[in-house]
Structure formats: C-alpha cells, structure tokens
Design a binder for this molecule. Structure first.
Ligand SMILES: [Zn+2]
Length: 282
C-alpha cells in the first residue's frame, strides 16, 4: 500500500491517514522523517522497515509537533530530533491538537481515536535552533528551522539527493492547516526553500512533487494575505472577512467531498489566524 521508492535508499508513503512518512536507509542505520499515527499504519510501516533493514531505527526527525506527525514516535523508538520550540509547543495544553481534532476526521474508528489520545508524547533527545547537520553513512541531512506552519517547523534537505522534506509548509495540492501559522514566516520559508537545488519534494501531505509546487504555494499565500488585508482595510468585520476569503479561495485546491465540512472549518481557522496577524502588524 502506497510505498514509493524514490531513490535506492529513500522510501515514502503518502497514503496513510495523517502525515506523509519517509524512511532513509543509510549504512549507519535507518532515519525516519515523521511517523504514521494509526495502529494499522504503524504496523504496516514497521513491517516494511523490517524488510528493508533489520537494523534499529537510529533517528526520527519530527518536522513539527502536530499529532499526525509525532504520535507514532513512541512505538517506533529511535532518538527523536526536533526543533527546540517544537518540543515546548508539543507539551502545551492540546499543543499537538489531538484533543480537539483527532476525532474530527472521517473514517477514524473510536479505537483509533483512543489510541491517538492515549499515546505518550516522546520528548526529543536532540533539539536545535537554527540549523543542524546529521551525517549517516553517505547521507547528509541538513535540518533547517523555517517556522511558518508552526513556530517550530523545520525542513530536511538531502543535499546530494536534491530531495527536500518540507513538513506541512507544503501540502501538495491540499489546503494546509493554518491555525498555528505565522503567515509572514511561511511565505519567507517557501521563498527560502525555492533557493535550494531540489529535484523532488516530499511534502507533509499530498503527493511527492517537483519544486514548482512551491510557486503555487507562494501564490496561494500572497493571494490570501493581500485579499485579507484589502478586506480589513475596507473596514469589514472579521466574520465577513472569513466568509469572503472562503468564498474566493477555498476552491484554490480540490477538497475531498467527504471531509468538506471539516476542511472548511480548518480553512476558516486559518483565515482567523491571518486576520489576527494582519491586525497586529498594522
Ligand atoms: Zn501540521
């Protein structure tokens, strides 16, 4: 199910419920970037990993602290690396969003939701602030703090392979969750990623894509920003701003009809966050 070998030593799954996950098989052991969260997906990914390499998982790199990216960490083991701020965000009240959002997705059983809610959060062994490099076998991982989607969001660049793992700063073809966003930082993060020499992007959600998807996201965020700012300048109230932005921008990406309502709600949370950011920056 859904496992995509994009290089000899790099595997991705984009079909689990939740984040995309990647496994990089190095001579010094396995490195995972984000982990699946449902028991069936964890079992599937674990079984696959055992097949390609019997070594233990050396590191789990968490792109940020949201529950759909980190709940599996306990089961997989391995030393967790995340941004210093993401560690703090994870332990805030409902910081991972699992209490407020785990039950909201269509198709998740009660047992699955209970599993998400019951898993202990794994504190990272290693954190960093601006940049860190991890050398494993012949693979160089360059981890960079970019913020944007969340204050502690990072991206992972595999320089020699020209592969970029963006976390949720890029969710190819899908509206990203923007309720914890700093929009100015997000636009900067996308522009910064565009300067890297990249052949393939492994996004936080959505299909593996090429660097051109970054342009689509920059356009999306610029449009959202200027549209919202214009409406605010006209003196329109927040609820009407949110409704108008949804009217004009919700169609920017296709949305699964099954999760239409939840997607609209999340989209509106993002506009609310943007509204606040613009108001505070005026
Ligand atoms: Zn996220």
């Amino acid at each position: 199910m859904g496992i995509n070998q994009i290089r000899d030593h790099i595997y991705v799954n984009t079909e689990y419920d939740g984040t995309n996950v990647a496994c990089i098989n190095t001579d010094d052991g396995l490195v995972l970037v984000d982990t699946p969260m449902l028991p069936k997906d964890i079992a599937h990914w674990q079984e696959f990993i055992n097949r390609i390499n019997q070594k233990e998982i050396a590191y789990i790199i968490a792109t940020h602290h949201h529950f759909d990216h980190i709940i599996g960490n306990k089961t997989f083991g391995g030393r967790v690396i995340m941004h210093e701020v993401a560690k703090d965000e994870m332990f805030e009240k409902d910081g991972t969003l699992r209490e407020s959002m785990a039950a909201g997705a269509p198709g998740r059983t009660k047992e699955e939701v209970d599993f998400i809610l019951s898993q202990p959060l794994v504190s990272p062994e290693i954190t960093f602030e601006d940049e860190m490099s991890l050398y494993m076998g012949s693979v160089k991982f360059r981890l960079s703090h970019v913020g944007g989607h969340t204050a502690g969001s990072i991206c992972v660049y595999l320089e020699d392979e020209k592969i970029l793992l963006t976390g949720d700063n890029l969710t190819a073809g899908l509206h990203p969750y923007k309720g914890h966003a700093n929009f100015k930082d997000w636009i900067e993060a996308l522009k910064w990623m565009k300067c890297l020499d990249v052949d393939l992007i492994i996004p936080g959600h959505g299909e593996v894509c090429e660097a051109g998807e970054l342009d689509r996201f920059i356009e999306y965020f610029h449009t959202l920003w200027f549209m919202t700012e214009d409406l605010i300048k006209k003196g329109i109230g927040k609820n009407q701003v949110i409704a108008e932005v949804r009217e004009k921008m919700f169609g920017f990406f296709d949305v699964d009809p099954e999760s239409l309502e939840a997607s609209q709600m999340m989209f509106d949370m993002g506009t609310d966050q943007l509204y606040m950011e613009i108001m505070l920056s005026e």
